[in-house]
Design a protein around this ligand. Structure first.
Ligand SMILES: Cc1ncc(C[n+]2csc(CCOP(=O)(O)OP(=O)(O)O)c2C)c(N)n1
Length: 636
């Protein structure tokens, strides 16, 4: 660890440093971030880009009395390091270690928990009103990226803040990138501002020029009021924000600590809503991340020298679910030109790259705008196209009303492909996709399915694009099971499960990623002389009523398994069915995620913790088998 960083235990320590020492501290912090993330994985490029900004903010503002509200929070590693978590930093995203995102439970300097984007302005405005009501005086600073600024929620926050006129500083951290290059009209606008140094000069020159023209110039200046608004939008940087009620400051160089600090000192004296536009470089200070900011947005462990992913071994990994989805969609898109694909700023993450290249006209990256993406899809569907919304399960939560009101209520054929269904691992509680089976199955008209492996995923995708109404396919993060792949995707019968293994002791009904652990548990039981039926349910909605009811009647002992919260999930659906049919003599164990937010750890560990891995299925089966004829509680 560098010498300067060794003496930093709290932001107070940095306020004692001069500029050269701060520059050296920035270097030390970058080294620690790169070394750590090369081992643990994490959000490298965004954090490297925000080092100077973080130091300048803590230097100028009186944190934690003044409050910094980070947006997304993936850029806050430097903040963590200088707010007492330097020594814990190597535990980043490890089980029991510090989180990859700000967390109030971790530090008083983390004022708002975060992980999803575009919340900072709304949260900061709430804090500003609370400050007024409590008669307090501290500063509140929201730090938001240009990608996150494009979301509806950020714009709602701006709309509110500009009108309320409370003291609030919004730092717009503009690196021209979301995860991929940023999209949208606002991004183009910011881009125009960025080239604004010349423009500002031009404006000053123009005014001088006009006033210096003896007669016409003076006359023209009188008219400038009339065309000033028009002129302003073309020539004044930040006119849009000014018109919304903000004082616009910028664009500022985000890696010049001396200038940043000077400017922030001035800004600190200002009142009302202020928007500070700071230009930064994603990946700053690590060549590979600067050159490939997308690759290093969120990375697994890597070799610092080459930038290549670490490890790997010789065994070829199975295709990922994401990869399988992407490949299949390209194929289906070739056969049916009505298929269009939509992403909300996650083209690469959801596996749509190849589709975007193959069918650029039929590919839409709407930016971080999940709500818009869903209603936009509804619009496409109304016109007879087949929109496929590729989205992470956790981010679809933001568009719940759009799913209900704009898609399902009209029974529109929109296909939702939910990647990262279940535990995501090291991103933790904000990112696990563990609610989708519950929140989707509650909506009329919705079909909900989950494949047991990557081969079934291709068939489910085919099923989904051929189905009539709203359909969701949810699949996990990571590699598939390594099964052999059928040459052609084919549609599956809607609402039908499959029996994978026969038995007589009890039945395990599993969905999605839990099917293989269920099979593994059944195999263990076989060695003990116990045969159990294993069903791959495939559908959460509609349920295969016939198969489930016949199984319940025959076995009287059921275990359901899902990588979803137990509340309102797949097992819940089966219990409802049994209750509806008056089958109160069936003993059922519902294995799923308990009613708590689950923190970060590996997916494997989290599955173990939640009791849905092979060993827990096995234990539940043994217990249920040995429980004799007594009726068990309805669920556990
Ligand atoms: C609601 C939501 N959608 C998508 C994401 C995934 N995501 C994380 S960071 C990011 C890009 C953010 O870009 P920007 O705000 O410009 O920050 P930068 O990484 O460029 O610093 C995206 C799309 C998210 N965290 N939250």
């Amino acid at each position: 660890m560098g010498n300067t960083l060794a003496g930093i235990n709290d932001p107070k320590d940095i306020r004692r440093l001069d500029i050269p020492s701060l520059i050296s501290l920035a270097q030390d912090i970058r080294e620690l971030i790169i070394t750590t993330v090369s081992r643990t994985g994490g959000h490298l490029a965004s954090s490297l880009g925000a080092v100077e900004l973080t130091l300048a903010l803590h230097y100028v503002f009186d944190t934690p009395r003044d409050k910094i509200v980070w947006d997304v929070g993936h850029q806050a590693y430097a903040h963590k390091i200088i707010t007492g978590r330097r020594d814990a930093f190597p535990t980043l995203r490890q089980q029991g270690g510090i989180s990859g995102f700000p967390k109030r439970e971790e530090s008083v300097y983390d004022v708002f928990n975060v992980g999803h984007s575009s919340t900072s302005i709304s949260a900061a405005t709430g804090m500003a009103e609370a400050r007024r009501l409590k008669g307090e005086k501290h500063k509140i600073i929201a730090v938001i990226g240009d990608g996150s600024m494009s979301a509806g929620m950020a714009l709602e926050g701006l709309n509110w803040a500009g009108d309320r006129k409370e003291d609030l500083i919004i730092i717009l951290n503009d690196n021209e990138m979301s995860i991929s290059p940023n999209v949208g009209a606002l991004s183009s606008y910011l881009n125009r501002i960025m080239t604004g140094e010349t423009v500002t000069r031009l404006r000053a020159d123009l005014k001088t020029f006009l006033s210096n023209i003896p007669s016409i110039g003076g006359h023209m200046l009188k008219f400038t009021r009339q065309f000033e608004e028009a002129l302003k939008s073309f020539l004044l940087p930040g006119a849009l924000f000014e018109d919304l009620g903000f004082t616009y400051v910028g664009p500022l160089q985000g890696h010049r600590l001396d200038r940043l600090i000077k400017n922030l000192h001035n800004i600190r004296q200002m009142t009302g809503p202020i928007l500070v536009h700071v230009l930064t470089k994603k990946g700053k200070g690590y060549r590979h991340a600067e050159e490939k900011p997308l690759r290093f947005h969120g990375t697994s462990s890597f070799c610092i020298e080459t930038g290549r992913p670490a490890g790997g071994g010789n065994r070829p990994a199975a295709i990922t679910y994401t990869g399988m989805f992407g490949e299949t969609l390209v194929r289906l898109g070739r056969e049916d030109s009505r298929i269009v694909a939509i992403t909300a700023a996650m083209c690469n993450g959801t596996g749509l790259d190849e589709f975007s290249r193959a069918y650029p006209d039929r590919f839409f990256d709407v930016g971080i705008a999940e709500q818009h993406s869903v209603t936009f899809a509804a619009g496409l569907a109304v016109e007879g196209l087949i929109p496929v919304v590729a989205i992470y399960s956790t981010f679809l939560q933001r568009a719940y009303d759009q799913i209900i009101h704009d898609v399902c209520l009209q029974n529109l054929h929109v296909v939702f492909c939910l990647d990262r269904g279940g535990f995501v691992g090291d991103d933790g509680a904000t990112h696990h996709g563990v609610f989708d089976l519950s929140y989707l199955r509650a909506i009329p008209n919705m079909v909900v399915m989950a494949p047991k492996d990557e081969n079934e995923l291709q068939h489910m995708l085919k099923t989904a694009v051929e189905a009539g109404g709203p359909v969701a396919v949810r699949y996990p993060r990571g590699n598939g099971q390594g099964v052999s792949l059928d040459c052609e995707p084919h549609a599956l019968p809607l609402g039908r499960g499959e029996i994978l293994r026969e038995g007589d002791a009890l039945a395990i009904i599993a969905i999605g990623a839990t099917v293989y652990p269920a099979l593994a548990a059944a195999e263990e039981l076989r060695k003990e002389g116990l045969a159990v039926r294993v069903i791959n349910a495939r559908f959460v909605k509609p349920l295969d009523r016939e198969l489930i009811l016949a199984t319940a009647a025959k076995f009287k002992k059921l275990i359901t398994v899902e990588e979803n919260v137990r509340m309102g999930g797949f097992g819940g659906a089966i219990m409802e069915l049994l209750a509806e049919e008056g089958m109160s003599d069936v003993r059922i164990r519902v294995l799923g995620i308990p009613d708590v937010f689950v923190e970060h750890a590996t997916q494997q560990e989290l599955r173990r913790q939640a009791g849905i891995d092979r060993d827990h299925i096995l234990a539940a089966a043994r217990e249920l088998i040995s429980a004799g004829g007594q009726r068990a509680p309805a669920a556990c």
